[in-house]
Structures are given as C-alpha cells and as structure tokens.
Write a protein that binds this ligand. Sequence first.
Ligand code: F6R
Length: 608
Amino acid sequence: MCGVFGIVFAENRSDLGEYLVKASRKLVYRGYDSAGFATIKTDGSTQLKKGPGKLETVIEQFHIQKMSGSRGIVQLRWATFGEPTEANSQPHYDSDGDIIGAHNGNIVNTSSLIEAFKRDGYTVRSQNDGEMVVHAFEKYFNETKDPLLSMQKAQTMLKGDYAFIVGHQHDNHLLAVKKGSSLYVGIGKDFIACSSDLASLLQFTNKIVDIHDGEMIYYNHEHYQLYDLFSGAKIEREPYLSPIKVEEANLEGFAHYMKKEIHEQIIKTRELTELLNHDPHTLDETSKILSKANRIFIVASGTSYHASLIGSYYLNHIARLKTQVVIAGQFNEYYGHLVDNNDVVFCVSQSGETKDVVNVINPIRDQKLCPIISMVNIIGSSIAHKSDITLNIAAGVETSVPATKTFMNQILLFLYLSAYIAKQTGAPEAEEVFSIIGTIPELIAKTIEQDEEPCQALADTVISKAHDLYCLGYGLNYGSAMEGALKIKEVYYRHCEGMYSSEFKHGPLSIVEEGYPILFPASPSESGMVISHINEITVRKGFVVLISPYDEGYARNANSYIITPNCHHYLTPFANVVCMQLIAYFSSVLSGYDPDFPRNISKTLTVD
Ligand code: F6R
C-alpha cells in the first residue's frame, strides 16, 4: 500500500534521483499502482514526474535517476481516492506550485474537501486525497508562513489517518507528520530522511529516530526537531542504532519471489525454531499474560487470520487456553465494548501496519483496557510499537505480495507458544509437541520434493480449467482450506471459497455438478468426519481433490489425492498449506499472470 519517502541534503546532488529510486524500490513490496518523484533545488526550482504503471517503467520513462536537487520526495500510490492516473498520482503541487507534498493514508472527507477547496478558489487538479493534505497545508501556510503552525491547523480539516511529507520551494527543510500511518526517521552522514517503511531507510542508515503518532518532524540535512502535532510543543528524542538488517531481494534463480519464498519456508522455519529455543524471555512473558487471561481474542486479517485459526486450535488443544479468533475489521463492532482488563488482545499481522488491526489496538491502548500482545514480521512496525509484548516471526523480507513464509512462521510460532505454555502447566503433550517441532523444516522440504510436480499437474489439468471452486477444511485444517482459497483467489483471479466442511451441505452443496472441483486439505486423524463430507460431494459427481498424509479411507473416497509426507496431526497444516501455495502458484503462472504482484492487491494495507 502507498509509501512515501522524503530526503534532505545540504547542497544540490546529481545523485538525488538515485537515492529516490533506491528508496522507491524498497516500497514496491507494499503494493502500488502509480509512482511519483519530486525534487527541489537550492534555488527553489522544482521538478515533478509521475504516472501510473510499474515503477521501473515510470523510472525509465522520466529518467528519474538523472533528477537532481537538495530535497526529494517519492511516493508509491495504491489507488483509493481517484483512479490510477497521472493526475491522481502523488506527490502534488499546491495551487501556486511552490509547495510539494505526498501522503500515505486515507483522508476520508476527501470529497467534501475537494468541493470546499474548489469553492475557495484553490487549483484542484485531481480526485486524490493526498492533494487535499497539500491544500490544507497551503491554506494555513498562505496565512501564517509558518510550516509547523500550518500543519497544526491543517490537521483539524483532515479526517483520517496519514503520514505526510511536504516541502516549500524556498526553505531547506521538509516537514513530515505521523498521524495513524507508519513513519520512520533516519539520520545519515550528510542527510536526514523520513519514510513510511523502515527498510527503505535502513539501506542508507541504521541511525533511527522514533516518531510517534500525533507528532511532526521538521528537518534539514543535519538537524531535526520533533513537535507535538496538536499543541506544537517541542519533543526531544535521541536517535538509536537499529539492529535490523535489510535483506536484499534477489530471485536466486527462481522465476518468481512467490516460488522462492515457498522454498524458503524450509530455512525460515528452522531459523525461527532456533531463535525460540535460544530466547525464551518473550515466550515467558507472553505465557504469563495468556495463562492469567479470562478471554483471549486473537485479532487478524487475511492470511494472518487464517494462521490465527490454526493457532487458536493449537492454543485450545495443547495449551488448553480458551481463545477466540476475530477478523480485525469486525472486532470493534462486535467485541470492542466488551473488552475489560481480564482479557488479552493478541494481534497477528506480518506487516505490523494493517489498519484494521491498528483500529483494534488504538482504543484499547488509549484506555489501557487490557494487555496487547502482537505477532509481527516487521519488528519496528506500528503494531509492534503499540503492543505490550511483541513476538517476532523472523521470516525475513517477503517480497511477493501473497504471504507464504510469513504464514508458515506464524503457525510455527503459535505451535511453539502452545507447547511452551503446556510445559509450564505440566500438560502431558508438551514434550511430544516440542519433539515434532524440530521436524517441520524437513517436512516442508519433503513436501516440496514429492508434491511440487503433482501440484503443478493438478493446476494444469483441473484448476486451470476451473472458473469457480471451493476449498473445504475440517478441524485443524479449516485454516489450511481458508488460506488455500485465499491464495487461489489472490494470484489466479478465480472465485474460490474456503469453508468449514460441515457447513457445505447447508446450501453451497447445490452448486455441485459433474466435475465441480473441491480441494480438501485434511488430516488422517479426522478421517471419519472428512470422508462423510467428501461423500456428500462425490455422490453428486463433484470432483474432490484430497490433500493429506496417506490414509486408506481417503484414497478410496477421493477422486484425486495429493499425498503429503506422513506427519503428526498437528503438523498437517504445514504440509497441506505448502501444497495449496504451490497449486495457487502454478495456476497463476500457467494462466500467464504474475503471482508476485496480483492486480488490485497491496501487501501493507494501511487504509480502512
Ligand atoms: C494474502 C495477504 C493478505 C494479508 C492481510 C493482512 O496473501 O497477504 O491477506 O495477510 O492483508 O496483512 P498483515 O498480516 O500484514 O496484517
């Protein structure tokens, strides 16, 4: 989802464009559909180049690397307000063209602002909400000539959450604001920069200053000052050295990042297990809080929600904790008013920035209602910052938009945590679960080795001919089915619905006709019920593809069978989801799509 970056040097630099290009490449993984670059020289002259399409095309078309100046702003936009066109791309000029700014976020009162600014004689060139932030700033800057006061006043007009970077022609500073959306500050040897994304800064400097919600920062190349956005009061905060290393994205011989990241699950699950074996401190703290809780709400969206379904099963069965998984966007309406200090809210988000999850955290944190635990991949993220305890899934940078290795490490962490809590309470299963956790990397490796070809064949012969399908799951593998369905929808653009298998007979069964495809990831431990659900479909001539370790009953009853390696019941999602990921991947590629950048989708969803 949108990302914005703004950098200030002392003098004009011929390599400013290079910096902006490098920064923009690190924002790509968040998802975007247009890109824009603005530069300001010390004499006040400006350049603005922007347009829809792939970043590399925009870079090439406008010769971005050759742009020079002392200040630069780059923005990658994922369309919400206004179609992806040149006019709606960011950054934007103000009416006179002496102010340039761009945002990441969501200004929900954009349409009324457009009307108001037009009525008041401002030059409005787009439907984009980022332009409204620029005009709000312009309005007060024209009155006060004071950038800080202007921003303080401008924010009163803007409803929504955003991070915003703005600069005036005749000023050697940029001003950046954090209100609800992520923003980071990096101090380099000869520059200061702000960015929506930590990775885009860390490639230039690891000297970082925290900026909190409701703060703004006014900076030139060597000096910065933080301010409270609402009162204007100065805030003093020193930089620190971030220990986070940025991995270089590299295909390493794979055709796509999605495939590479599916394969990387072997190494990433091993690394996470080692990390957890050697650092029990956070698990100790987490298990103390969870064990005391009256109710545990696990809150997440998308793939993280599916991982949480599996995680909840582990916590319920192994740690014997009662947990309830809630879709993040639904939480406030259904449960927000019920939360009290005996509860725990456990947020799961690989990006650590998902707005639906942030919306759950904010009121709980503001009113100190209950402890907040989070599980993230980006340790410096907003959700991590706002949590009392953060668990790191340590999956490394995930470049492909569809989540794969982050899902796998989320379910691994849930399994490990469940065994950890079980061990502390003396539950008998703890040792057994610990002993199987070490086998997960090998299980994933074997699954890829033995099932990659059958998954490709299935994609070729069955899935690529289907325009509509279901993924059913029962018990532990409900989350596997939901995740498989999401992956297929996301990268193959076909309707594919995930469902609890016992629900299928309550209506959807009527869709089944001869050859109608249904994928069914399962565990042999649940074969009694699963076979019954398979038969409800096969007797109506539907085509059931079973994905599971070998089970005679499954072999007899399913139409097609992707046999995963033998494993403990608790490990079946690890192998089954690898197969679902591969099926989705091959279906996408065989149809000529790019699975790494599915249309309309963004990796970091910072809007409501
Ligand atoms: C799908 C996918 C999304 C995310 C969802 C939540 O492949 O990646 O469904 O899982 O947008 O994102 P996070 O985990 O960053 O909160």
